[in-house]
Design a protein around this ligand. Structure first.
Ligand SMILES: Nc1ncnc2c1ncn2[C@@H]1O[C@H](COP(=O)(O)OP(=O)(O)OP(=O)(O)O)[C@@H](O)[C@H]1O
Length: 320
């Protein structure tokens, strides 16, 4: 049975400026369950980091409530909160002189006794976190001498070592290369499933969120928070809430965001998939398009136009 870890009810959040309240998010209802990774998506400035601040107990709600294991995050003692919630923020906040291993070991701080020494179990958790993030080979390196992506992974390893039932990560993959993005998100999903944790990841990476998230939360200015499995949100068209302009839409057949398909006036004959890519390349080229029709064959791929045969789209575009 999945447990409710975090619940928001009719939540409004924002900032105080003098005696004025600046509301950023209003009337949010949500729940985070154990064993699931949820990806939070929304445009810049909508309030994703503000919501994280409320989860961390750094700001009080203007209205409504937020409960972490039944109590307001602001009501927890710091030591208790750090056993319930680990957070990875987008900005590195640790000294450049610290080594990767020292950083990851910081994740064990909530569990240390008065001596401040790591027990065998603590050392094991640090080792497991380094191993899971494939950072063992960098354990002696100083944070200031790592690439942005390596440092980002080290921050994730620290949160893993903290071993809390709720992990919240603000854009944890923004500096990572494509493969590492998938791997880190897959790792977080795996941890959620196998260790029954609730994981909330803020990301702008829709493709990867769809691929790896078990739940998506979509925040949009002035609308209620939309939540559901990526697949439901795609099939119900709600994913398009992320794309308010008419220019883009989520193509459920292709499983990605595309621009509204401009069509060429020329006739292109051939399998749909090939016609799609040839037409796209022709439109992008900005060249004068041929008056004759184009025929495309599959296996082998050939384009026939103006009495000539082409093996690549670029060859056709070159002669236009
Ligand atoms: N300390 C603050 N005081 C007043 N306003 C703030 C403060 N921090 C953020 N804001 C405002 O709150 C709004 C939401 O900011 P927030 O950082 O939560 O957005 P975000 O969705 O995380 O954006 P991004 O995707 O760009 O990281 C913005 O308009 C921002 O100017």
């Amino acid at each position: 049975m999945k447990k409710q870890v975090l619940i928001g009810k009719n939540l409004s959040l924002g900032y105080e400026a003098g005696n004025q309240q600046k509301t950023i998010l209003s009337n949010l209802d949500f729940e985070l369950l154990s064993g699931q990774m949820t990806c939070l998506l929304g445009p810049n400035g909508v309030g994703k980091s503000t919501l994280i601040k409320a989860i961390m107990g750094k700001i009080e709600p203007f209205k409504g409530s937020i409960e972490l294991f039944g109590s307001a995050p602001t009501s927890y003692h710091r030591d208790d909160l750090s056993k319930k919630l680990s957070v990875v923020l987008s900005e590195p906040i640790f000294p450049a002189q610290m080594t990767v291993k020292q950083l990851v070991a910081l994740g064990r701080t909530p569990y240390l006794n008065w001596s401040g020494r790591l027990s065998d179990q603590d050392k094991n958790e640090v080792y497991k976190a380094l191993e899971a993030t494939k950072l063992e080979y960098l354990r002696k390196e100083r944070l200031g001498e790592l690439s942005d992506g390596q440092r980002q992974k080290a921050m994730i390893a620290r949160a893993l070592a903290q071993d809390c039932p709720l992990m919240v990560l603000d854009e944890p993959t923004s500096h990572l290369d494509l493969v590492n993005r998938y791997e880190v998100m897959q790792l977080l999903q795996d941890i959620a499933k196998t260790q029954e944790k609730a994981v909330l990841v803020v990301t702008h990476d829709l493709d990867i969120a769809i691929e790896t998230g078990q739940q998506l939360w979509i925040l949009n200015c002035g609308s209620p928070l939309i939540s559901g499995t990526p697949e439901d949100l795609i099939l119900q068209g709600e994913i398009n809430q992320l794309l308010p302009s008419d220019k883009y839409f989520f193509d459920s057949n292709r499983g990605k965001v595309v621009m509204h398909h401009q069509t060429t006036k020329i006739e292109i004959e051939g399998p749909d998939e090939l016609v799609y890519w040839v037409e796209k390349a022709l439109i992008k080229s900005g060249k004068h398009l041929p008056k004759d029709s184009i025929r495309i064959s599959e296996n082998p791929f050939r384009i026939f136009c103006q009495g000539k045969e082409f093996t690549r789209i670029s060859e056709l575009i070159e002669i236009l």
